[in-house]
Design a protein around this ligand. Structure first.
Ligand code: BG6
Length: 485
C-alpha cells in the first residue's frame, strides 16, 4: 500500500528554543537590548496565574532605561546557555536529536538594529554553537526573529510599524545567511507572526500607546513583516543553495462549542483570522476575507510599489507552527472562559487543561495537520508543542514527569495518524527540551523540559542540569523513529 506507516526515515526529531528565553548574557560581548530584555517578572499573586505579561508602555521603558524602575528581568538571564551551550548540546545529542531549533538574538548581531556593521563577537557565538551541533550531526533550525526586536528599533522607529525596519531586517538576514551559509540549511522568518496582532511589543517592538489607531499600527507592522519575510526568503535561496525557509504560526484550531450555525460561523471566522497569516506566506497574497475585516476596522494597509509582487514571488518552502491546544468558541453564553495561549475561548467539556489552563487536545493536532495540508499542500513542520507544568524534584534528585510523557506520547501518536492520512510532515521539535524562561509569564516554574534546570521564579538556583524521566523516554522515541512511544 502507499499509506505511510510510521515516521519517514529522515524525520527530524528534536527540540525548540528561543535565544531570549535561554541564552542570558544579555549585555555581554556587545549585545544590545531587545524587546524581551524589557519584560519584567510579575509574580502570579499580582498577575493571576493564567495571565500574561508581554506589554510595556512608553513610560515604563523610560523608567527602565533611567534605572527608576527596579525589577527582575528573567529573559536577560535565561538559563545561561550562552556559557553552557556545550553541556546542553551534549545532552541533546545524548537524546539523539536530529535537529535543534534556536533563534539568533538579532541584537547580538546588530546591537541597535540599525547599525551599519555587524558585531563580530555576536556572530562568533553562533558560529560556535553551530559548530558544536555539527559535531553531533544535529541540524540547526534557525529562527531569525523570535520576539527579539532590538530596542534601538523601538526607540528610533517604534519598531515594525515603520517601513525602515524592513531594510534593517534585510541587512541582518543577509548578514547571517552569508555568514552561516555552510552551517545552516533550515530557517524560519518570524516566530508566531500572528502574535504581533495580540502583543505589538512582543511581536514587533511596537509600543502601542505611541500609536493612535492601534489596529492600523499592528496590521501595518505585520505587512512590513510579511514583506521582510519574502525578502528574506529570496535572499536565503540566493545565498544558500538547497536551503529551506519557512514561516511560523501559533496555530489555534478553533471548534464551535455547539452545532448552532452561529457557533459554526464564529469558529470559521476565527480560523480564517488565524490562517490569514499563513495564507499570505504560502499563497503570496492577502485572502479576500481580510478586505471586510480591514474595512470594518478602518485599517488601510500602506503598501509600496512592488510589495504585492514580492509577496507573490517569494512564498515559503514549508509551513511551521506551534501547537499547544485547541480553542472552542461560542456566540451564546455557554461555557466558562478557558485560559489559553493568548487566544481565550471557552471551556471544552471534552478536554482537560494544563496547570495554566491550556486545553490539552492531541486529536486537535491531527485535525490541524490535515487542515493545513488540505489548504496549502506544502510540507509542514511542528516546531513547538509541549506541556508547561510544575515539576517536583524527589529527595534523590529524580523527577517523575509522567504527565509530560503522556502529553507528548498522545500528540506524537496523532502525528503518526496524520502522516498516514497523507500529510507531509518534515519534523517535530518539542518546545523547551531544556527548562527555560516562559515567554508569556517569565516564570521558571512553568517547565517544558526533558532536562531540568535548577532555577526558581526569583532567579535563585545553581543552574545545574539534570535529567527527568522524560529524557530517557524521548531518547527511545527518537532511537526507534517513533515506533516505541
Ligand atoms: C510559544 C512561543 O508561544 O509558546 C514560545 O513561541 C513560548 O516562545 C511557548 O515559550 C510556550 O509559551 P509559554 O508562555 O508557556 O512560555
Amino acid at each position: 500500500t502507499n499509506v505511510q506507516q510510521g515516521f519517514p526515515k529522515d524525520f527530524l526529531w528534536g527540540g525548540a528554543t528561543a535565544a531570549n528565553q535561554l541564552e542570558g548574557a544579555y549585555n555581554v560581548d556587545g549585545k544590545g537590548l531587545s524587546s524581551a530584555d524589557m519584560i519584567a517578572y510579575i509574580p502570579k499573586e499580582e498577575r493571576g496565574i493564567t495571565n500574561h505579561a508581554m506589554e510595556v508602555s512608553s513610560e515604563r521603558i523610560a523608567q527602565i532605561l533611567s534605572g527608576e524602575f527596579e525589577a527582575r528581568f528573567p529573559k536577560r538571564d535565561g538559563i545561561d546557555f550562552y556559557h553552557r551551550y556545550k553541556e546542553d548540546i551534549a545532552l541533546f545529542a545524548e537524546m539523539g536529536f536530529k535537529v535543534f531549533r534556536l533563534s539568533i538574538h538579532w541584537s547580538r548581531i546588530f546591537p541597535n538594529g540599525y547599525d551599519e556593521q555587524p558585531n563580530e563577537a555576536g556572530l562568533q557565538f553562533y558560529d560556535n554553537v553551530f559548530d558544536e551541533l555539527r559535531k553531533y550531526n544535529i541540524e540547526p533550525l534557525v529562527t531569525l526573529s523570535h520576539y527579539e526586536t532590538p530596542l534601538g528599533l523601538t526607540e528610533k522607529y517604534n519598531g515594525w510599524v515603520n517601513r525602515e525596519v524592513v531594510d534593517h531586517f534585510a541587512r541582518y538576514a543577509e548578514t547571517v545567511f552569508t555568514r552561516y551559509k555552510d552551517k545552516v540549511k533550515y530557517w524560519l522568518t518570524f516566530n508566531e507572526i500572528n502574535v504581533l496582532t495580540i502583543s505589538a511589543f512582543t511581536g514587533g517592538g511596537v509600543v502601542i500607546d505611541r500609536e493612535e489607531n492601534k489596529l492600523q499600527a499592528m496590521y501595518q507592522a505585520l505587512h512590513h513583516q510579511f514583506v521582510a519575510s519574502s525578502i528574506a526568503t529570496k535572499l536565503c535561496h540566493e545565498i544558500i543553495p538547497g536551503s529551506q525557509i519557512g514561516c511560523m504560526l501559533a496555530r489555534m484550531e478553533t471548534y464551535p462549542f455547539s452545532s448552532n450555525p452561529a457557533d459554526i460561523r464564529q469558529a470559521q471566522h476565527d480560523n480564517q483570522m488565524n490562517l490569514f497569516f499563513t495564507d499570505v506566506h504560502a499563497r503570496g497574497e492577502y485572502p479576500r476575507f481580510m478586505n471586510r475585516y480591514f474595512a470594518e476596522n478602518n485599517i488601510v494597509i500602506q503598501k509600496e510599489a512592488g510589495d504585492d509582487e514580492i509577496l507573490k514571488k517569494y512564498t515559503v518552502d514549508y509551513i511551521s507552527f506551534s501547537y499547544y491546544m485547541s480553542i472552542t468558541v461560542t456566540t451564546g453564553a455557554d461555557g466558562d472562559k478557558a485560559a489559553g495561549n493568548l487566544f481565550g475561548g471557552v471551556k471544552n467539556p471534552y478536554l482537560e487543561a494544563s496547570d495554566w489552563g491550556w486545553q490539552i487536545d492531541p486529536i486537535g493536532l491531527r485535525v490541524t495537520l490535515n487542515n493545513f495540508y488540505d489548504r496549502y499542500q506544502k510540507p509542514l513542520f511542528i516546531v513547538e508543542n509541549g506541556l508547561g507544568a510544575f515539576d517536583k524534584v524527589e529527595e534523590d534528585g529524580s523527577i517523575h514527569d509522567t504527565y509530560r510523557i503522556e502529553y507528548l506520547r498522545k500528540h506524537i501518536e496523532q502525528m503518526r495518524e496524520a502522516i498516514a492520512d497523507g500529510v507531509e510532515l518534515m519534523g517535530y521539535t518539542s518546545w523547551g527540551p531544556i527548562d527555560l524562561v516562559s515567554m508569556s509569564t517569565s516564570e521558571m516554574s512553568k517547565r517544558y523540559g526533558f532536562i531540568y534546570v535548577d532555577q526558581d521564579d526569583d532567579g535563585n538556583g545553581t543552574l545545574k542540569r539534570s535529567k527527568k524521566d522524560s529524557f530517557e523516554w524521548y531518547k527511545n522515541v527518537i532511537a526507534t523513529n517513533g515506533a516505541e512511544l
